[in-house]
Design a binder for this molecule. Structure first.
Ligand SMILES: *[C@@H]1O[C@H](CO)[C@@H](O)[C@H](O)[C@H]1NC(C)=O
Ligand SMILES: *[C@@H]1O[C@H](CO)[C@@H](O)[C@H](O)[C@H]1NC(C)=O
Ligand SMILES: *[C@@H]1O[C@H](CO)[C@@H](O)[C@H](O)[C@H]1NC(C)=O
Ligand SMILES: *[C@@H]1O[C@H](CO)[C@@H](O)[C@H](O)[C@H]1NC(C)=O
Length: 352
């Protein structure tokens, strides 16, 4: 496994990225062009001093360099989210035997919540060459393949985040192993038989089986097509603790400022009991001057308090008691563009 991450692997990745063409499965930017990764921050409807439509969003990738207010709305078929997901919907990739897809959400569209699954939401779409992993916080999203791209009205009220990363095929084998810990609720997926030898676990998860685990947590580095490193932290429901305080802050060895959706009376307060601290963000500010309370923000992300540690994670779990006993994960990055965008977004947090 470790041999995959040797320097020669990076050279191969970089060379391959020059051959990536428009038709390859990839995260897509606002103009529909392939990108290594992008992040969307959907603004809440209720902000300080203004009321929005609930479908406006900020967009970030390495080429734009800092948050850009999108000229599109999330509930239309234009913009990075629809451009990316339309490879599944419009391309009819869901009918293909040469690509794998999986839609998962603890709150799927058109179906009820079931709390026995991981608290996690996302999309995988890839072929034998490459594809994307979209991890997001939006309930009841995205729609079933036959319905085409739709944005649910339940996803309008609160703030939401989405991280899309383009990976080569080999990385999806690692991603599938990580998902075993989380036990996502796959509400629609397909693992065609040509993939079943490589992706036995994903096939079983897709069929609704719960697989045995030898530990309750796992960490894996993932490398995007351009060679940018993302680190996946996942826990199963058997690791009963706050993922931020009890694990990730200590492993990253840095104090974290954490934005999650906390419902009154169930929140975990800022916590300075362990060597590395976890402090709740209460107010966020995105450029030029959009401010909102954490109470209206369903997104889940954290940043190192110290600028020199430069780490940002986006993920699945809120800092609330009930989610200590749910499967879920975080995807962390040391990318300076991502760090700057999120660290500057911290407007007010509670120290302890
Ligand atoms: C998108 O949402 C906005 C705000 O709720 C609404 O006014 C608009 O009609 C919606 N557009 C589509 C295409 O659904
Ligand atoms: C995919 O495989 C199934 C089962 O083997 C077959 O019925 C179907 O026609 C195939 N679809 C395509 C598009 O090749
Ligand atoms: C989900 O996926 C399968 C196969 O990919 C498809 O046949 C099925 O109709 C899909 N839709 C729903 C609503 O379950
Ligand atoms: C802080 O977090 C740790 C790990 O989750 C937990 O064991 C401890 O009880 C918490 N401390 C307080 C004061 O809540």
């Amino acid at each position: 496994m470790a041999s995959q991450f040797r320097p020669c692997f990076h050279v191969t990745v970089v060379l391959l990225s020059f051959t990536v063409g428009r038709s390859d499965i990839s995260c897509r930017n606002e103009a529909g062009e392939p990108v290594d990764w992008f992040i969307i921050y959907k603004l809440p409807k209720y902000r300080i001093g203004e009321v929005g439509s609930g479908v406006e969003y900020m967009y970030l990738d390495s080429a734009v360099g800092s948050w850009q207010r999108s000229k599109f709305m999330l509930n239309t078929t234009q913009g990075a989210m629809a451009n990316t997901l339309n490879q599944l919907y419009k391309g009819k990739a869901y009918l293909s035997n040469s690509s794998v897809y999986a839609l998962y959400n603890d709150g799927p569209p058109e179906m009820k919540y079931i709390h026995t699954y991981g608290h996690t939401k996302g999309v995988l779409l890839f072929d034998h060459f490459q594809g994307f992993w979209l991890s997001h916080s939006i309930p009841h999203f995205p729609s079933f393949p036959e319905r085409g791209y739709q944005y649910p009205s339940s996803g309008k009220h609160n703030g939401q985040t989405a991280l899309c990363v383009t990976y080569q095929y080999a990385q999806f084998l690692s991603i599938a192993q990580q998902l075993v810990y989380v036990y996502p609720r796959f509400y629609n997926c397909s693992v065609p038989s040509v993939f079943s030898a490589d992706l036995t676990q994903l096939l079983k998860l897709c069929e609704g089986s719960k697989l045995p685990l030898t530990s309750n947590r796992g960490v894996k580095p993932l490398f995007s097509v351009r060679g940018d490193k993302f680190v996946s932290f996942v826990k199963s429901e058997l690791f009963v603790d706050d993922i931020y305080t009890g694990w990730v802050a200590q492993v990253l060895d840095t104090n974290l400022l954490v934005q999650t959706w906390q419902t009154q009376g169930r929140e975990l307060p800022s916590n300075c009991s362990l060597p590395k601290h976890t402090m709740n963000i209460k107010r966020t500010r995105l450029p030029p001057s959009v401010q909102f309370q954490s109470h209206y923000d369903h997104s889940k992300w954290c940043v190192s308090q110290a600028y020199e540690d430069q780490v940002t994670c986006l993920g699945d779990l809120n800092r609330v008691k009930a989610q200590m006993s749910r499967g879920g994960g975080l995807i962390c990055s040391y990318n300076p563009v991502i760090y700057k965008a999120f660290r500057q977004a911290v407007d007010w947090y509670i120290s302890c």
